[in-house]
Design a protein around this ligand. Structure first.
Ligand code: FAD
Length: 419
């Protein structure tokens, strides 16, 4: 198959081309900053990423950053630490309160960093590599494909300049609607969720303490999540329930505050700004590799934001990919490239099948809490949280899962706790 575009003005030969400089692709470039590879990242964006998306790195990823020697880069640019989580009812009961330092992990905190800053920070870190080149804004539209491998990519600038990029290894991190996934015909498993998510920005409620925690409030009418952001702000997230999307689109700031305060009284009178509406969909590629091309990030696995793990999965796969990358000399042999990528897939896919299945359970639970039987479902979920709080084995499993660490061997099943 060939979809090459006419009038190429320049050809770049690289070792690795990364298509998509969002969080996953840019993190990969940053991780490779001290390597010998000649790396080209192509991204079509003309603006920063959407700030309302994931704004934290898990403790497991903070540990990875520490190993890569880049953790301080985030701290010095203003990242803060979220050290625990608390689940409350609208009536004032604390169902579960937990601190990540309860388990033995080296960086027991989520690193809070706004989404619109993430990719650019990784790119800045990557740019210490003299062999790194960023083509932005350049959109990938044309591919030369041969036997399931991408032989060349044509990137087009806004003013119509076409650059051909050739590399023996292609990393596709072009997001949930990945062009590369479609062009190479990767099969996917998909599940659309019914309830859209609403994301709202607000000043951080001063009385909500401790300040550096994640909060979820439950009320018989539904849930509200409150996450502190940097610079005295907060993000409020909820699944749209029986009030419907039109209500959210037309509600005044006062109506929004009243709605939110019914579920989380701490939000009474809060000034809010709508950040976005998000249809949720699971898309999992049935394979991550075709010839010389590997999918990473949302291109490989887009998940429901129920557990706040999407961007973090895009990063936590990278150490396994880095460990399998062929050397510069080995890149000359297409068989070595394919074998290396398949070795990565063999490790990563089973791990993520498990995480994605777990995430789907949490997503369906969030759907149920926004659905017709919300009162019954929320009562059951509250009960499950009391059990997490009171049962050490379940509590430990919950803490490991939510911080992004592989599950410790445990007899506890998903059915025993659904949070
Ligand atoms: C409301 C909401 C809340 C979320 N909260 C969390 C959270 O708390 N924690 C968490 O871990 N995750 C969260 N997520 C998920 C997270 O935002 C995504 O998983 C993550 O941003 C995906 O990163 P990515 O780099 O794989 O893809 P993207 O961020 O989509 O990046 C893809 C990049 O590819 C570029 N691109 C696409 N097509 C082309 C092309 N043809 N040519 C050139 N460039 C191209 C785009 O410009 C973009 O920069 C949330 C998501 C939503 C919607």
């Amino acid at each position: 198959m060939s979809a090459e575009i006419e009038s190429v003005t320049e050809t770049i030969d690289a070792d690795i081309v990364i298509v998509g400089g969002g969080v996953a692709g840019s993190a990969m470039a940053a991780a490779l900053r001290n390597s010998d590879y000649k790396i080209v990242v192509i991204d079509k964006r003309t603006a920063p990423l959407d700030s309302a998306r994931g704004d934290n790195f898990t403790p497991a990823n903070a540990e990875i950053f520490s190993q890569w020697g880049i953790l301080d880069e985030f701290i010095k640019r203003g990242a803060t630490k979220r050290v625990g989580a608390e689940f409350r009812t609208s009536a004032g009961e604390v169902l579960l309160t937990s601190s990540y330092s309860e388990i033995d992990i080296p960086e027991p905190y989520f690193l809070v960093y706004h989404h619109d800053l993430m990719a650019e920070t990784f790119q800045e870190i990557a740019s210490v590599n003299p062999n790194y080149q960023l083509l932005q804004p350049y959109s990938v539209k044309g591919f030369e494909i041969e036997a399931g491998s991408i032989k060349s990519i044509t990137a087009t600038s806004n003013d119509g300049k076409n650059i051909k990029v050739r590399a023996p290894l292609v990393i596709a991190s072009d997001g949930s609607t990945s062009n590369i996934r479609a062009a190479l015909g990767f099969p996917t498993f998909e599940h659309p969720y019914q309830h859209n998510l609403v994301s709202i920005f607000a000043p951080y409620p001063k009385e909500l303490t401790p300040q550096n925690y994640f909060y979820r409030y439950s009320d018989p009418s539904g849930h509200v999540i409150i996450q502190h952001r940097n610079k005295g702000t907060a993000k409020v997230i909820l699944a749209v329930g029986e009030e419907g999307m039109p209500w959210w689109k037309s509600a005044t700031p006062e109506q929004r505050a009243e709605f939110l305060a019914r579920r989380a009284p701490i939000l009474e009178g809060i000034e809010t700004e709508m950040a976005g509406f998000y249809p949720a969909r699971m898309i999992h590629a049935l394979q991550y590799v075709s010839g010389n091309t590997v999918l990473i990030g949302d291109a490989a696995h887009t998940i429901h934001p129920a557990r706040g793990q999407g961007l973090n999965m895009g990063i936590s796969a990278l150490p396994n990919l880095l460990a399998k990358l062929p050397t510069v000399a080995e890149l000359k042999d297409p068989n070595k490239v394919r074998e290396a990528l398949l070795a990565f897939e063999a490790i990563q896919k089973p791990l993520y099948e498990r995480s994605i299945a777990r995430n789907h359970v949490a997503a369906m639970d969030m759907e149920a809490a926004a659905g017709e039987n919300h009162e019954f479902v929320i009562k059951r979920q509250d009960e499950a949280l009391r059990k997490v709080a009171a049962t050490p084995a379940i509590r430990r499993r919950y803490l490991h899962e939510s911080t992004g660490y592989p599950l410790p061997s445990s007899p506890v099943t998903n059915a025993q706790y659904l949070v």
